[in-house]
Design a protein around this ligand. Structure first.
Ligand SMILES: [Zn+2]
Length: 339
């Protein structure tokens, strides 16, 4: 499934070939930064803090890939500290993770005034969200190394990557990237919706797939010398994070997961989460015919489990959820920032 950042997760089929090409592109990216295949890498992932490798296969894979897997989301200070201790011991050359998770770890290091100059990585690779300038600066300062970003989506793979000179080069051997809305013949004329066509054989081809971002495309005039075309500007990406009172970050994907389980996955057509206060949110729901009080109870139970005390929720039932003027229908609407 896609993360459903537009509010309705899409089911697609994959046989491992996209993942394999992703790995190849990651090797390429590391090569751009002078790193050899197989260098030690710490990966922040959306796993539970209780995560331990139980399967032999996973352990072998981790060993062969020379990887340290760490939890990347919803971490308390103590959990950040535990991750740092593991990083200190493992001494990875690459620190890899979703931008918000990496930035959170960096803020923790900064806040607690830790000196990590002795065991800093050689490269930070962020993905799954845009890398804003302030985040790039923060990561670079805290981890004393270059910071790069992979422009990627679960269903199509690693579309483009940041070179050492800062351009976002499209992996043109494997993707056709087009911009819709701008002048079709002159693609460099202004921003438009990004359309992606992966070129590798896959059980489920995507053709001119609307990935949900607005961007601008241009020929490469990058000083790095690579002739791969560049995404000049990625204007928007769904991925607003919400910071709770205790500092925990909630990403839209969290709500996707909430609605991808059991009853809600069957009974909810579309949803949106509206943040009203740091301790109150509203589920705006387009119900399916099977929706009942039990579905609501399921969601309330999920909330109680996920946020033991502080988070309240209310429900609003609507017949449709209108997209914004950009055409996006974000799953998170932050009313707090507008107050
Ligand atoms: Zn370049």
């Amino acid at each position: 499934m896609t993360t459903g950042s537009t509010g309705s997760p899409t089911i697609f089929y994959e046989d491992g070939s996209t993942t394999a090409i992703n790995w190849a592109h990651e090797q390429r990216l590391k090569h751009w930064y002078g790193l050899k295949p197989g260098v030690k890498e710490a990966r922040l992932k959306g796993i539970s803090t209780q995560y331990e490798t139980r399967s032999a296969l996973r352990s072998i894979r981790k060993y062969l890939w020379n990887q340290l897997i760490l939890p990347g989301f919803f971490l308390s200070d103590r959990e950040h500290e535990r991750s740092l201790q593991k990083i200190r011991k493992f001494r990875p050359h690459v620190l890899w993770g979703p931008t918000p998770g990496l930035a959170d770890l960096a803020r923790y290091v900064q806040r607690t005034n830790q000196d990590i100059s002795q065991y800093h990585p050689d490269l930070v690779i962020s993905w799954a969200a845009p890398l804003y300038e302030h985040e790039k600066k923060l990561l670079g300062e805290v981890f004393f190394c270059p910071v790069t970003n992979i422009y990627s989506a679960r269903e199509v793979g690693h579309v483009a990557m940041n070179c050492p000179q800062g351009s976002i080069h499209v992996n043109q051997e494997n993707y056709i990237v087009e911009i819709e809305g701008a002048d079709v013949d002159k693609q460099s004329d202004g921003p438009g919706r990004v359309l992606i066509t992966p070129l590798n054989a896959s059980p489920m081809p995507f053709i001119r797939y609307r990935i949900g971002d607005l961007a601008e495309l241009g020929e490469s005039d990058c000083p790095c010398g690579r002739s791969l075309i560049v995404l000049k500007k990625i204007l928007g990406r769904i991925g607003d994070m919400f910071k709770m009172k205790d500092g925990h970050l909630i990403e839209p994907n969290f709500w996707c997961l909430a609605f991808m389980r059991g009853r809600p996955s069957r009974d909810v057509e579309r949803f949106q989460v509206v943040y009203l206060r740091t301790d109150l949110l509203r589920f705006r729901i387009v119900p399916r015919p099977g929706y009942s009080t039990e579905t609501e109870a399921d969601l309330r139970h999920f909330m109680e489990k996920s946020f033991p005390s502080e988070m309240q929720c209310e429900f609003e039932y609507v017949s449709e959820i209108k997209p914004q003027s950009s055409g996006k229908c974000p799953i998170v609407v932050n009313e707090i920032s507008r107050q």
